[in-house]
Design a protein around this ligand. Sequence first.
Ligand code: AMP
Length: 282
Amino acid sequence: MSAPIVRPLAELRALVRGWKSRGESIGVVPTMGALHEGHLSLVRAAKASCDRVIVTLFVNPRQFNNAEDFARYPRTEHADAELLGPLGVDALFVPDGDEVYPPDHATVISVSGVTAPLEGAHRPGHFDGVATVVTLLLNMTQADRAFFGEKDWQQLQLVRRLVQDLKLPVEIVPCPCVRAGDGLALSSRNQRLTAEGRARAATLPQALFEAVARIEAGEPAEATLAAAQAGLEAAGFAPVEYLALRDGETLGEPQPGRPARLLVAAWLDGVRLIDNLAVTLP
Ligand code: AMP
């Protein structure tokens, strides 16, 4: 059985009212669809700690800084509902674009600081789109807990900042990145890779794992990252937009004694891949 698809906001609100009146807790998993095991791991985590689970499916036009990327983004709503049915999802909320952003919509949520470097520098407007839609989805679902993947590390830090700053009554639950057998982080965009590109794509996580091991063993970060980047370029990644060691929370310069993160964005086969790993500085 497929998960029930709910489209009008009024219908979602009626469901949520009923659940809340019975004292049931609500978890939400925001997605853009084309679901894979990474998304499903978030749904399982939500099911494990919430009475009711809403998965949202909205390909948010405001977070695409490239119209072609938006047009080409995979849309597989019915297959998504079928995947979610057996997991016991209570509602797959698929709002219409016009209901999320009516023509007179005029409010943009913008989080500074954590959004400035890396993805923020390379994708102008992207994080304003993310912050705005996440705020809307949290308000629409009234969830007690919201589940986000560590796959999108900078986005997760943005969401934490946003919820703290706006004092939103929701707990943000981070979930580990799910990888394919060869290490590639699962992503809806992976299906756009050619078979040959998909085979080569594992070079990306391998380069990250190797660089983290070297940095943790005390090798100088700058030289290690330069070598890793050269390896990726030799493997056909073009361009490597960034490969950077940052503070895990602020995304600023890494600080001794604080968790650090190695983050990468690189193109292969015309597909933009991102990944990240934790680093314990020596
Ligand atoms: P998306 O549909 O790409 O917007 O992703 C929806 C949510 O799923 C986000 O919180 C992502 O971080 C999370 N997600 C995507 N891929 C993975 C993965 N491989 N492992 C864990 N979470 C993921």
